[in-house]
Design a binder for this molecule. Structure first.
Ligand SMILES: *Cc1c(COP(=O)(O)O)cnc(C)c1O
Length: 402
């Protein structure tokens, strides 16, 4: 069968609009398409491929587990899931883990747990969920409603109720809205999809204090910011604030689908036998790969490398900006960086993405005004330099076409 990009339009639901080329293999931070063109990958599968493509240790973990056991259902537990849960809870504030297959599912579990916990401990009146404008928490109907972009949640009929939004970094707005009827506050400790927006230190501390005052649970959605992305194992570790529930996915499986919700024993107690579940959640194949990815990422070498590589990116992007004057700022943390377009290029992040593809570079956008980079955490310095050289040519294309 001949597989072409046109076939996508024939056989796929039109909710995506993929690039004109079809990647067929990858190694480290390089990817090749059907015509054997070589791309530098600074997108990392949208902050997923935390160890690049086909990392030999992940390939080995997958192959070994694939010859032992793939799936049993949660009628049985399995060794890789238990080992991964032990490692995640040892390395974080959490004492209990729940496994699922994606970020949205982890957040769905977190929100359901928060509602159940509030109901059991404080009664049915305590059901308000407060979240933030421009936040992103996934595409199930509950999580997309909690996300702060109405454009994503409108048009599907009546939404789950009891969800309110305020501006990120606006502590006064939270203070005005939160009450003893608030069940949970959900936030990203670094907004990803919303434009790479860092929280102010005082804001996060204030959110924690207000949650404590009103017995509301603080849920950190670390689906994008977690697993070494910011140079901390989880972003909360660099903020001096501990959430009650943390969700993690994307990078967790290094490219194999898995998500997890982490929490304390006391809160976890509200998800009693039969209250929630997932057929595939915690399957041995996903957990074996995630365990290996976690072991590699949770090392001084990789986490400190992220901070060094961040400097290379920042210097490179500043140098490009000095020549072409296209960015107002480079923001974010670790290897989750956003180059925000200045007033002359508002609304044009896609143009930079398309130009990058033409220069054989993969990168991302975060909204219409930010070009986003979320590469492998073990990308080599040489791959960064080559990627930035291609990005400079892409910027030149857009700037001279103006
Ligand atoms: C990507 C993302 C999600 C959704 O994850 P899926 O695996 O696509 O369901 C949720 N929250 C944040 C912060 C994300 O970046």
């Amino acid at each position: 069968m001949q597989v072409t990009r046109e076939l996508f339009n024939d056989v796929m639901v039109p909710n995506y609009s993929p690039a004109s080329f079809i990647p067929v293999r990858g190694q480290g931070s390089r990817v090749w398409d059907q015509q054997n063109n070589e791309y530098i990958d600074l997108a990392g599968g949208i902050a997923v491929n935390v160890l690049g493509h086909c990392h030999p240790e992940l390939v080995k973990a997958l192959q070994e587990q694939s010859e032992k056991l793939w799936h049993l259902s949660n009628v049985y537990t399995n060794e890789p899931a238990l080992r991964l849960a032990k490692k995640l809870t040892d390395a974080t504030f959490a004492e209990k883990a729940y496994f699922c297959n994606s970020g949205a599912e982890a957040n769905e579990a977190a929100l359901k747990l928060a509602r159940r916990y509030a109901l059991e401990h404080f009664g049915a009146e305590k059901d308000q969920i407060i979240a933030f404008n421009q936040g992103f928490h996934g595409r199930t109907f509950f999580t997309v409603t909690v996300g702060g972009q109405a454009a994503y949640s409108d048009g599907f009929g009546p939404k789950p109720a009891g969800v309110d939004h305020i501006d990120y970094n606006d502590l006064a707005a939270l203070e005005a809205l939160i009450s003893d009827k608030t069940c949970a506050v959900m936030m990203e400790p670094l907004q990803g999809e919303g434009g790479i927006i860092s929280p102010e230190a005082e804001f996060v501390k204030g959110v924690r204090a207000l949650c404590d005052k009103h017995n509301a649970l603080l849920i950190f959605d670390e689906v994008q910011s977690g697993v070494g992305r910011t140079g901390n194992l989880y972003a909360y570790m660099g903020l001096d604030v501990t959430p009650d529930i943390l969700t993690t996915a994307k990078a967790l499986g290094g490219g194999f689908p898995i998500g997890a919700m982490l929490t304390t024993t006391a809160i976890a107690a509200s998800l009693k036998v039969g209250t929630h579940g997932s057929t595939y959640g915690g399957n041995p194949l996903a957990c074996a790969v995630a365990e290996k990815a976690f072991d590699i990422v949770n090392s001084k070498e990789v986490l400190e490398g992220v901070k060094q590589k961040e400097q290379l990116f920042r210097q490179g992007l500043q140098a490009i900006n000095a020549k072409y004057n296209v960015f107002s700022e480079v923001r974010g943390q670790g290897l989750l960086l956003g180059a925000a377009l200045n007033a002359d290029y508002q609304g044009r992040s896609r143009d930079f993405l398309v130009a990058a593809n033409e220069e054989k570079l993969m990168c991302l956008v975060a909204g219409a005004n930010v070009v986003r980079f979320a590469p492998s955490l073990v990308i080599t310095d040489e791959e960064i330099q080559e990627g930035l050289a291609r990005f400079e040519r892409a910027v030149a294309r857009v700037a001279t076409a103006k």
